[in-house]
Every structure is written in C-alpha cells, then in structure tokens.
Design a protein around this ligand. Structure first.
Ligand code: SAM
Length: 293
C-alpha cells in the first residue's frame, strides 16, 4: 500500500478514530500524550533535519503519529515502544511504511550501539522523540554519557527542562543539567508547544529542543567524572557558596582548607556561588584537585 492511501494521524479526528477502533486506554505511568498538530509534527521533523540518507531512532512512537512523518523523510526508522497495547495499532498505522521497524522494549534498556551497528554500519544516527516526561533526564543523560553513536537528538520535553538545558551561568534555570548538556552537545530551541497540541493535554508547557553532539567537549579536563561530581556538589546546595557545597559533599571528602585552596588557585573568590561558574571553571577545579589529591 502506498503511504498516500493511509490516513495521516497528525490531527484530532484521525487520532480519535484510531484510539476508538482499538479501544485504547491511555496509561499515565508511561507519560502518554499524543501529538495531534500537523504543524508541530512538521517542525520536529524539520528541526531534526531528517533526510533520506538517515537512520532514525524514535523513542516512544505511541500510535505512530510522528513515526509516519519520520518514515516519510528518512531512509529507515526504528521505533522503540514500551506499551504492548500499542503494538497492534502501530502495525496498522505504519503498514504503508516498509522502512519502519517497531521494537517492543524499554528505551532505557535498549542497546542502541548494537542497533547502530546493525542498521547504520555503526555510524551516528539521529534520535527523535516526543519524550515521556517522567524519564526525560535519564533518557537524555543516558544517551549523552554512554557515547551512543548519535549525531543529534531532537526531542519534545517539558518547557522548564528545555530552559534548564539551554540556561547560561547566573540565570535562575542554570544547574547541573545545563552544564552536562553543554559538555556533550550544543542545544538549540526549535519551538514552544502549548498543551492543546496533544491528546490528552499535559498540564505543563512543552518545547522542542535539538541537541547536536559535539565532536570534542568544550573543555579538556583530565577527570570528567570528578568535574561532574564537583558540579553536583555545587548545585546540591544551591543557596550556599561553592566552598560549602564542596566541603559538605560526602563523596568528595574535602577539608575546608583543601576546598578553599582549590577555589583560590582557580582565581575565584572563596565566597563565589557555584551557579555563576561555567564548564571552564569546573574543569580547572577538577584538574587542580586531580593534581593535588
Ligand atoms: N510519539 C507519540 C506522539 O508524539 O504522539 C507518543 C509520545 S508519548 C509523549 C510517549 C511515548 O513513549 C508513549 O507511547 C509511551 O508509551 C512511550 N514510553 C514511555 N516510557 C517508555 C520507555 N521507557 N521506553 C519506550 N517507550 C516508552
């Protein structure tokens, strides 16, 4: 069957009719909010820059709405869905797109390295998703930290999360997530999306953000794990000074003197707050502590 003969799902009527045909019941625990706005679906696909050369992995296809758009633009799509009840629906709604494979799995347990090898000769793939919001951060950080072969991920997330990922030092939204994202990727906010673009409507605003993986981190530090430990320590005690954040962290096990010496060595004031520092400063602190401890 040709894709033109199948109804495109990305509007309220076709979505509701598929949901009714299969008597589908939304499962809150899986963060199910399906897109019903063709404009937004087009924007996600465009922001991801999907071309017919691309192998795309979609996280959580739902009833296959975004999957149809991706399959139309890409060479091949693999969609990973946790909810068994969606499988017969996906078989139906994606039957006109032979370049789609649906995998019934939890994305947090999916071996994406293996998938890239099998389907894309190990080359970097594009990841696209309207993410289930209950596991946004583990999914994004997992993909970035595990060095999955990935060119970019273009994802719908809660608006506040998109703002945190993009935030600059000193702003209210700036935190450990902002630093971690910037270490691995370049963020680009592609669109803000209101609740009425989904069924059911989420009770938060949403945004589409693209994270393009960097070839090299913007700071070279000998021990990135220590740098991230320092970042977490600094933001665990947001209202406190960096000095208190570092010396109160049980894993770092730093005396007041050692923490102060590191801060001063890096040319910072001992009363500085962690939320004003960028990656370069955290990298320098980590390098100093690696040398001296
Ligand atoms: N892509 C569809 C759309 O845009 O209409 C659905 C998006 S909905 C926000 C999130 C989807 O992720 C749901 O289909 C949900 O069942 C699925 N999901 C939730 N947790 C998952 C997990 N751990 N692994 C894979 N899929 C998951």
């Amino acid at each position: 069957m040709n894709s033109k003969e199948k109804p495109w799902l990305g509007n309220p009527q076709n979505t509701i009719s598929i949901l009714q045909k299969y008597g589908f019941r939304f499962q809150k625990k899986y963060g199910q909010n399906f897109l019903i706005d063709p404009h937004v679906l087009g924007k996600i696909t465009a922001a991801a820059g999907v071309t017919e050369e691309d192998f795309v992995v979609e996280i959580g296809p739902g009833i296959g709405t975004l999957t149809q758009y991706l399959a139309h633009a890409a060479r091949e799509v693999c969609a990973v869905e946790i909810d068994r009840n969606l499988l017969p629906i996906l078989e139906d709604t994606l039957s006109a797109w032979p370049n789609v494979t649906v995998i019934h799995q939890d994305i947090l347990k999916t071996d994406l390295q293996k998938l890239a090898e099998e389907k894309n000769q190990g080359k970097p793939m594009k990841i696209v998703a309207n993410l289930p919001y209950y596991i946004t951060t583990p999914i994004i950080m997992g993909l970035l930290e595990k060095q999955v072969p990935m060119e970019s991920m273009t994802v719908m997330v809660q608006k506040e999360v998109a703002q945190r990922m993009q935030a600059e030092p000193g702003s209210r939204e700036y935190g450990a997530l902002s630093l971690a994202v910037r270490y691995y990727a370049e963020p680009y906010l592609a669109a803000n999306v209101p609740p009425n673009c989904f069924i059911p409507r989420p009770n938060v605003g949403s945004a589409v953000i693209r994270l393009t993986r960097r070839e090299r981190p913007p700071v070279e530090t000998r021990d990135p794990a220590l740098m991230f430990r320092l970042i977490r320590a600094a933001f665990n005690q947001r209202r406190k000074t960096l000095l208190n954040g570092l010396r109160n962290d049980p894993e770092l096990n730093l005396s007041r003197e050692a923490a102060e010496a590191a801060i001063v060595h890096c040319g910072l004031d001992p009363s500085v707050r962690g939320e004003t520092l960028g990656l370069a400063e955290y990298g320098a602190l980590a390098d100093y502590l690696t040398e001296t401890h």
